[in-house]
Design a protein around this ligand. Structure first.
Ligand code: ADP
Ligand code: GLC
Length: 468
């Protein structure tokens, strides 16, 4: 597998969770799996072995060299690409000033390094590439290596985790990626006057997947295709949706080291302690612990639906609730919650940072988890919430629609402030007025099995169906 993030090495979102859990799930089923990812600044090399030195990487006219470190974790080799020119800097994709200007070259380096790893260290039957950062690998394979006998039988799977991020660059950058200008055609890499690396992955892979069945259908529509819906319809026969799973070793209230007290669906006493602990941690009053606590953990991005919260902010301040939010990203969305916290500090609290321990505390301590995403390819937090008896309130889209139903949570549609308000009111009414039904909802969610087993089995069936 080739990707830009994997827990526990580096993470900005759910992609990392997938790369930290799917490969071990496949390994447990008997497959040989390796993951190639960048060694960004700060990625610890404790326990790593330098397995390859001086791997040459030709990125257009430039020649670079990389070292490859191997960490074996749960039966999977994680190969970390050390190439300081590209990866020894602040931020995985960028920092406060914005995206790194040369991300296309950085991830071209990752793809070249993965091909080098495949030649010298780990010969795969399948390259499984994730998101646009790995989209050049199928392009290089078809373009440069189609007659290289090492890769004659190698097949490619390309998984789309989010259509909203495509890796688009100017035409002149083709040269810097080592690709000929003849690839600048609408039926190749050209897209609205630019090159598009996600399109490259979709076009040149043997199979395409995305991370939920509903999102697989949605991305073939104008509304959710981000301009690539036509291509996805054309490749529809090779496109499937496979739902992500949950790594219950990391996300379970019985064993979670980050939370105040363990709990189970049979004994929910610990959840009350977790709620008090979270209220204290968030600086919210603990005198009326029965008041419903709504949690949010999210990247602050347009995708995540916070414009709906902005639209109902004037109502929210009058409700008898508490809300704690963890998330960072675009300041316009952070400001929505900063505004609420400034207006009613006794009801709303916000942490604008990245804090893994707090993410666990919120999953465990909140009563409800709000995820109003405009679109959501899969979404992991709603599945984590289920496990912790924290009832999800979600917009019925993508993976949220596939994982939440009336027995486990509240769904709204259409995407509107009124519909979200309605679902929140329904949830609060049941919480206050029908405690037995509420508890049944919690317990049902806690018992749902979203472990990786069946998803990993679906990927294996796909790998077998295309194997050379
Ligand atoms: P996405 O990948 O679109 O961000 P997912 O729901 O698939 O959405 O995954 C998000 C992951 O990132 C979850 O593991 C969540 O706990 C984590 N996460 C998001 N924001 C933060 C944050 N500010 N601090 C800690 N973890 C976060
Ligand atoms: C993306 C999507 C999210 C999904 C994650 C892992 O970041 O936004 O819905 O769960 O990838 O596949």
């Amino acid at each position: 597998m080739v990707a830009s993030e994997a827990t526990p090495f580096c993470k900005t979102g759910g992609l990392a969770d997938v790369l930290g859990a799917l490969p071990p799930a496949l390994a447990a089923m008997g497959d040989d799996v390796a993951v190639v990812l960048p060694r960004y600044r700060g990625v610890k090399l404790a326990g790593a072995r330098l397995v390859l030195e001086g791997l040459p990487l030709w990125i257009g006219p430039g020649r670079y060299t990389a070292g490859i470190y191997e960490v074996v974790r749960d039966g999977v080799s994680y190969f970390l690409v050390e190439c300081p020119t590209f990866f020894d800097r602040d931020g995985i994709y960028g920092y406060s000033g914005g995206e790194h200007w040369d991300n296309h070259s950085r991830f071209a380096a990752l793809c070249h390094a993965a091909i080098g790893v495949a030649r010298k260290l780990f010969r795969p039957d399948i390259f499984h590439c994730h998101d646009w950062q790995a989209g050049l690998l199928p392009v290089y394979l078809k373009h440069f290596l189609h007659s290289d006998h090492t890769f004659q039988k190698t097949r490619t799977v390309f998984t789309i985790h989010n259509m909203g991020y495509q890796g688009r660059y100017g035409r002149d950058q083709l040269f810097w990626l080592g690709l000929p200008d003849t690839m600048f055609r609408p039926d190749l890499l050209e897209f609205h006057g630019e090159i598009n690396l996600l399109k490259g992955g979709i076009l040149f892979s043997d199979a395409i997947t995305t991370v939920s069945p509903t999102y697989a259908k949605e991305i073939q529509t104008v509304e959710h295709g981000f301009g690539l819906d036509g291509l996805l319809r054309a490749r529809g026969a090779s496109l499937t949706g496979i739902l992500n799973g949950v790594d219950y070793k990391t996300w379970s209230p019985e064993t979670d080291p980050h939370i105040a007290a363990p709990f189970t669906s049979e004994n929910l006493q610990g959840k009350r302690e977790c709620k008090l602990d979270l209220l204290r941690y968030a600086g919210l009053p603990t005198d009326r612990p029965e008041v419903p606590l709504i949690g949010i953990v999210s990247r602050m991005a347009a995708q995540k639906g916070f414009d709906l919260i902005a639209a109902i902010a004037a109502d929210l301040v009058h409700w008898d609730i508490r809300m704690t939010v963890l998330g960072s990203g675009e300041s316009v969305y952070e400001d929505v919650f900063r505004g609420l916290a400034a207006a009613c500090p006794e009801k709303f609290s916000i942490s604008n940072n990245y804090d893994d321990a707090l993410a666990h505390k919120i999953e465990a301590g909140a009563d409800m988890f709000l995820m109003p995403s405009r679109y959501e390819p899969c979404g992991l937090n709603q599945m984590y919430s289920l496990r912790y008896g924290t009832v999800p309130i979600v917009h019925a889209t993508g993976g949220l629609d596939d994982t939440i139903d009336a027995n486990t949570g509240f769904k709204f549609s259409p995407y509107s402030p009124e519909a979200m308000l309605g679902a929140m009111r329904d949830a609060l009414n049941m919480y206050w007025k029908e405690p037995q039904r509420w508890k049944a909802l919690m317990v049902e969610g806690m018992g749902r099995d979203h472990s990786w087993g069946s998803s990993a089995a679906a990927y294996r069936r796909l790998y077998k169906s295309i194997a050379g």
